[in-house]
Ligand binder design. Sequence first.
Ligand SMILES: NC(=O)c1ccc[n+]([C@@H]2O[C@H](COP(=O)([O-])OP(=O)(O)OC[C@H]3O[C@@H](n4cnc5c(N)ncnc54)[C@H](O)[C@@H]3O)[C@@H](O)[C@H]2O)c1
Ligand SMILES: O=c1ccn([C@@H]2O[C@H](COP(=O)(O)OP(=O)(O)O[C@H]3O[C@H](CO)[C@@H](O)[C@H](O)[C@H]3O)[C@@H](O)[C@H]2O)c(=O)[nH]1
Length: 338
Amino acid sequence: MAILVTGGAGYIGGHMVLALLDAGEQVVVLDDLSTGFAWAVPAAATLVVGDIGDEAKLRAIAAAHQIDTIAHFAAKIVVPDSVSDPLGYYLNNTVKARALVEFAARNGISNFIFSSTAAVYGEPAVNPIFENSLTAPINPYGRSKLMVEWILEDAARAHGLSYVALRYFNVAGADPKGRLGQSASNATHLIKVAVQAALGVRKGLDIFGTDYPTPDGTCLRDYIQVSDLIAAHVLALKHLRGGGGSLVLNCGYGHGYSVSEVVDIVKDVSGVDFETRRAGRRAGDPAALVAGAERIRVELGWVPRHDNLREIVTQAYEWERKLRDGTVPKARASSSHF
Ligand SMILES: NC(=O)c1ccc[n+]([C@@H]2O[C@H](COP(=O)([O-])OP(=O)(O)OC[C@H]3O[C@@H](n4cnc5c(N)ncnc54)[C@H](O)[C@@H]3O)[C@@H](O)[C@H]2O)c1
Ligand SMILES: O=c1ccn([C@@H]2O[C@H](COP(=O)(O)OP(=O)(O)O[C@H]3O[C@H](CO)[C@@H](O)[C@H](O)[C@H]3O)[C@@H](O)[C@H]2O)c(=O)[nH]1
């Protein structure tokens, strides 16, 4: 049986592909390369370049491979962009995901793993946030993802699918073996931007909002290391293949760091005191998001191995240095795909 990984040329999906290949699985990646990289997908996986909304392409994949599971990572992911381009986000993240769920239902693909997000909770009244806390997203990105959770819930009931929706908190770091990291040069994530500032790839860093109701006035987030997150997906796959029922699970460590604390750790790890500027709040940002992180341990037996922000920052820094120096390992010639 093969696993279809949408968005498998991107940051998190790329780590999933590595983990699946490490486990001896057959992997088909579908990615339009809008923010992903063909070179990041090992030649041992089949790479199909295309849109998740392209039904003909999906049918061709189903005809050529025995897919039993879809791991759906492909999405647009930048919260402030979703505020300025909501319709683009609803099309890519919701409408096309609906088509993918329908494709699964029609083709007897009974397992679906979905990249959801902490953004479904909006501005929570209290932290940590549990899976049964109120979902009230405050930006189109979070809404675009919450709707897919609802689509999955209803489709599962009607069409015999089982799914695991993983609500990621803030994903960071890189493959501990140094094979992959976050590569898009215009990524907007805090740790990515901070290590770029430390390496002189960007000129300093804006701190978006210093007047939040948090201990130091900057936003709090729960940063989860990317391989720990992927381990949760591998366990979700095992759960679904073993006939387990649908689940919605937070993926985080259960404690948060402020933007200022993250910046201090990046400065310390890199030894570079790069410039920081106090800037206004960024559109769509909640003050604090910290996972209630128990359910995933109970349901899947997940045990984090990299819950250490210094280690996470070091991995991100080392990967960024390779990107800057042009020494990242390329897993395939970029033209070898369908
Ligand atoms: N990075 C985070 O902190 C975070 C947190 C919560 C949830 N997520 C979710 O995780 C998933 C992966 O995010 P990422 O950080 O790896 O981002 P990414 O941009 O690196 O990866 C997304 C991949 O999807 C591809 N893609 C986008 N739209 C597509 C389409 N219509 N058809 C085919 N391919 C398409 C892109 O080319 C890219 O390779 C997303 O669903 C995102 O919403 C990420
Ligand atoms: O240059 C920067 C970049 C970020 N931030 C702040 O850092 C925090 C974290 O921002 P970022 O790393 O961009 O992540 P989020 O906006 O929290 O969103 C991430 O985490 C969410 C889950 O919590 C996911 O849903 C999103 O896909 C993912 O991008 C926020 O307060 C930002 O305002 C800055 O101050 N300066």
